[in-house]
Design a protein around this ligand. Structure first.
Ligand code: 5GP
Ligand code: ZN
Length: 102
């Protein structure tokens, strides 16, 4: 999707280190971290928000990735956050799950 920051990161048009990648998604450190570890888990497919998800297998895949990332990063206690819609604070209109850990 044109003009989407996360699609540009996925396509390497904007450089960003991937902390994790699998078939369905990738993960990067948040540019403006709100916890000691703040990771964004992003599906490779451009979907605007949780409200647009039709295939719930995607959600399963994202949470499987979260388990893998947390194992890799030695994160045991954490919060997850999905902002859905501008009025709920979603800034980047490409679905992503925040992992926040102190
Ligand atoms: P939202 O408010 O949409 O749920 O969260 C978007 C998040 O993406 C914010 O926490 C923001 O700091 C992060 N972010 C925005 N642009 C970039 C970027 O170019 N690179 C990275 N790594 N994070 C970004
Ligand atoms: Zn996108």
């Amino acid at each position: 999707m044109e003009n989407c920051i996360f699609c540009k990161i996925l396509n390497k048009e904007i450089p960003s280190k991937f902390v994790y990648e699998d078939e369905h998604c990738f993960a990067i450190n948040d540019i403006n971290p709100k916890a000691k570890k703040h990771i964004l888990v992003i599906p490779k497919k451009h979907i605007e928000s949780l409200a647009q998800v039709e295939d719930m297998n995607l959600i399963k895949n994202l949470f499987e990735a979260i388990k893998n990332i947390n194992k890799q990063e030695n994160i045991k206690d954490f919060k997850t956050l999905i902002n859905t819609g501008k009025n709920a604070g979603q800034e980047v209109m490409h679905l992503h799950i925040h992992i926040l850990a102190d």
